[in-house]
Design a protein around this ligand. Structure first.
Ligand code: PEP
Ligand code: MG
Length: 311
């Protein structure tokens, strides 16, 4: 067993506060795994795999053509494993590939990618995955191998889901490669108003969790490009309409027994932390540098809620 005992990587001081709301950490590159684990976070709320793929310098199709499927699957397995090892047995939520076509177009083999007017409204997330189940199967094969290696702390998270139809198709894909959705922990991101408004239907598909991707949820709710500096001052994750969607999703999920979480940037902002804890979110995932502050903010709000309830 090559896994590090978890206690050894946890800092003993300053003391991590005990909270009912879990505080997790976002990880974008496997190289950050030990630094992320050392925060004492309760797990990884979002492990992005884009870097593992884009750093190959080739589109998945091109890379597979030149190196074979096994090499592609191995790249993903090794990247995820680095993080899953550091955190074991704490859960690591791995998001399936979500890069817009303009990022793929910069890679070798990118000339075969679509040239879109609106990549952020286009062929990305599960839209791409479900359109090419043959390529997506290799990604899921990486998860199957990780489970076979004993990494039962790995969870699968699907980006840019819109409705239950998407989720049923994703479940089929998991089953096709031999992953039993009834035996593994998996869930979806809430990144579009459609997903937020339709969360009751999503909850019936068997998801274990729903995680707010507030970067995209804000972009799509307010119709403000998250990468456009001219309108950046209007990009507000705390806009009342965004908060209303989030609050309603938390309430519905609580009724349906589905865990809720946040993995967008806003999870590192104290005002968002206050709102989410008061609404009863299950966990908050923050940037590495923000984890300790978020832990203390969560503790502060939880104590305030207890005091308010007995006054
Ligand atoms: C989000 O949209 O909030 C999110 C976490 O995903 P990404 O930033 O990778 O789109
Ligand atoms: Mg997103």
């Amino acid at each position: 067993d090559e896994r590090e005992p978890v206690e050894e990587v946890r800092p003993q001081s300053p003391v991590k506060p005990m909270t009912a709301t879990e505080v997790k950490v976002n990880v974008s590159i496997p190289e950050a795994a030990s630094r992320a684990a050392a925060t004492g976070a309760d797990g990884v709320g979002l492990l992005r795999i884009e870097h593992m793929i884009l750093s190959l310098g080739q589109t998945p199709a091109k890379y597979i053509e030149e190196n074979g499927v096994d090499a592609y699957v191995t790249e993903i397995v090794e990247g995820v494993r680095t993080v899953a090892d550091e955190f074991y047995p704490r859960p690591v939520r791995v998001r399936t590939l979500d890069a817009p076509t303009d990022e793929f177009r910069q890679l070798e083999g990118g000339e075969d990618e679509p040239d879109e007017h609106n990549p952020m409204l286009g062929y990305r997330g599960v839209r791409r995955s479900l359109d090419r189940p043959d390529v997506f199967a290799h990604e899921l094969e990486a998860f199957r191998r990780l489970y076979g290696m004993g990494y039962d702390n790995v969870e699968i998270m699907f980006p840019l889901v819109n409705d239950a139809e998407d989720v049923h198709a994703l479940k089929n894909c998991m089953e096709e490669v031999g992953i039993d959705p009834g035996k593994r922990r998996w869930g979806v991101m809430i990144e579009t108003p459609a997903a937020a408004l339709g969360v009751a239907d999503l909850a019936e598909t068997g998801i274990d969790f729903a995680s707010f991707g507030t970067n995209d949820l804000t972009q799509y709710t307010l119709a403000i490009d998250r990468n456009n500096e001219r309108v950046a001052d209007r990009f507000d994750e705390l806009h009342p309409s965004v908060l209303r969607l989030i609050g309603d999703v938390i309430e519905t999920c609580r009724e349906e027994g589905v865990e809720t979480s946040i993995c967008g940037q806003a999870g590192s902002r104290p005002e968002m932390v206050d709102f989410l804890v008061e609404e009863g979110v299950s966990s908050i995932s923050a940037n590495i540098d923000a984890v300790r502050d978020v832990q203390h903010e969560v503790k502060r709000v939880e104590q305030k809620l207890v005091l308010d309830s007995i006054r």
